[in-house]
Design a protein around this ligand. Structure first.
Ligand SMILES: Cc1ncc(COP(=O)(O)O)c(C=O)c1O
Length: 448
């Protein structure tokens, strides 16, 4: 074991990692990066097929992003955002509001996806308090949704494997069924089902809307639950019901925002969508620095705007709120979107990418293939007929990860769900190489 690994294992505690596993599968020490490739100390390279945890957009080591960050570093690195402001944050807010759908007019910055969502939760509830409706205090979320790992966002979560142990210390939301078409809980098929899974939301609102402040939802893709892709019509129905029953619509674009699905924001697949909040992070800086933003409406903002003694102030903030370097990276990333015509590139390649993925259906253990924009998913099952999953102890996902490395791929399945969450700059040639190698990985892992 080389010395960096030995030293790492002595002092670090890695996220979402059983540390004991690292003794047999040591962490890979990355030495440098370029484009969509990560290089280790021995000059082995790995295609970053999951955009470094869903955040990289324009590739690693991009000259325009580095230049913008260096330029900002020469001006100043960080100032507090209470009582002070700066041009990178102002410009970025103007740009985000111009890009976002609906009528959003205010931006509140924090530094990760969980805090972007928690900020929206707190704003939603304090809005109710400001109007004397403190009884509207519950949230609704999908029963397989994921919105972060802080205590507040864990209450929205339905990914039991991650959060079950914390149940006694978390305030749970009302849960509604996930539109997981491949494993439909009602055994129906879309569109003949007429989205009957959304009826549960309507029934809940009929009974309890007086006590509900907001519904929180990942638009079109439930990431951590296993890249579950659902029809836009479902989101439209949830949005319409929320508006009808005076329940805020909090759209969590933390993972799907910034072009991942072929639109700047995934909720734009719904015409005229009017979110009360949009939560952004991950891709906002193309993965170069931690930054998050919660966008909301003038209507919500105005209930906080009052003389100081009225006690309407939002007492929420983070030290690195609107960090100037992060804002500069985000601005540079938006410029690259324009210069490199990033969205056009994604939409040009997507149909071909999807057709290539569909060919994986012929493999014996590929139960479902789903795709949207630059996200592609292969749900692996022990039995295609019954859709029975592999026994957990078999750790198929882990084996695929191991094999992937041998083929220069960083694949990181969620359980047995293998997915691609590609940097949006991935070229057709790179994508073809990734798909060919993945095919080999699957053949040799699953045929044994
Ligand atoms: C949809 C969604 N919301 C929130 C989060 C939390 O983001 P972070 O890990 O930056 O706290 C994630 C992270 O994966 C996410 O996928």
């Amino acid at each position: 074991m080389n010395s960096w690994i030995k030293r790492d294992l002595k002092v670090n505690w890695h996220p979402y990692t059983q540390m004991k596993d690292l003794e047999t599968d040591p962490p890979i020490v990355i030495d440098r990066t370029r484009g969509i490739k990560l290089y280790d100390e021995n000059n082995n390279y790995y295609y970053d097929t999951i955009s470094s945890w869903w955040c990289n957009i324009h590739g690693h080591n991009h000259p325009a992003l580095k230049k913008a960050m260096k330029k900002q570093l020469d001006r100043f690195e960080h100032v507090m955002f209470a009582g002070f402001t700066h041009s990178p944050a102002i410009e970025l807010s103007e740009k985000l509001l111009a890009l976002a759908p609906g009528k959003l007019s205010r931006v509140f910055y924090s530094d990760n996806g969980s805090t972007a969502v928690e900020t929206a939760m707190k704003m939603s509830y304090q809005f109710r308090c400001n109007l004397g409706q403190s009884g509207k205090k519950y949230f609704v979320s999908l029963d397989q949704g994921y919105h972060g790992d802080t205590l507040g966002t864990m209450g929205l979560s339905g990914v039991d494997q991650f959060h079950d142990v914390f149940t006694p210390i978390v305030k749970p939301s009302f849960k509604i069924p996930t539109p997981y078409c491949y494993r439909c809980p009602y055994k129906k098929t879309y569109p003949t089902c007429k989205l009957s899974c959304a009826d549960a939301f309507e029934q809940l609102l009929e009974k309890k809307s007086e006590s509900i402040t907001a519904v929180v939802i990942e638009p079109l893709i439930l990431g951590a639950a296993g890249m579950i892709i659902y029809p836009p019509a479902y989101l439209k129905r949830i949005a319409d019901l929320a508006h009808r029953y005076d329940v805020h619509l909090i759209i969590d674009e933390v993972a799907t925002g910034f072009g991942r699905t072929g639109k700047m924001f995934s909720c734009e697949y719904i015409k005229n969508i009017k979110p009360d909040f949009i939560c952004l992070s991950k891709g906002i800086t193309s993965g170069y620095l931690p930054l998050a933003a919660t966008l909301t409406t003038e209507k919500i903002y105005r209930t906080f705007y009052a003389d100081f003694d009225k006690n309407k102030t939002l007492y929420h903030g983070h030290t690195y709120t609107a960090n100037p370097l992060g804002c500069a990276a985000a601005l540079a990333s938006l410029e690259v979107f324009e210069k490199e015509q990033t969205l056009a590139h994604v939409n040009e390649l997507a149909p071909w990418f999807h057709a290539e993925l569909d060919q994986f259906r012929d493999l014996p253990h590929v139960g479902d293939v789903r795709h949207l924009g630059f996200v592609g998913v292969l749900e692996l099952v022990a039995d295609k007929q019954t859709k029975a999953p592999f026994p957990t102890a078999k750790r198929v996902g882990k084996e695929i990860y191991r094999r992937g490395l041998e083929y220069h791929l960083l694949l990181r399945p969620l359980g047995d769900i293998l997915y691609f969450y590609l940097p949006l700059c991935t070229s057709r040639k790179e994508l073809q190489t990734i798909l060919n190698s993945t095919y080999k990985v699957l053949r040799c892992t699953l045929n044994e």
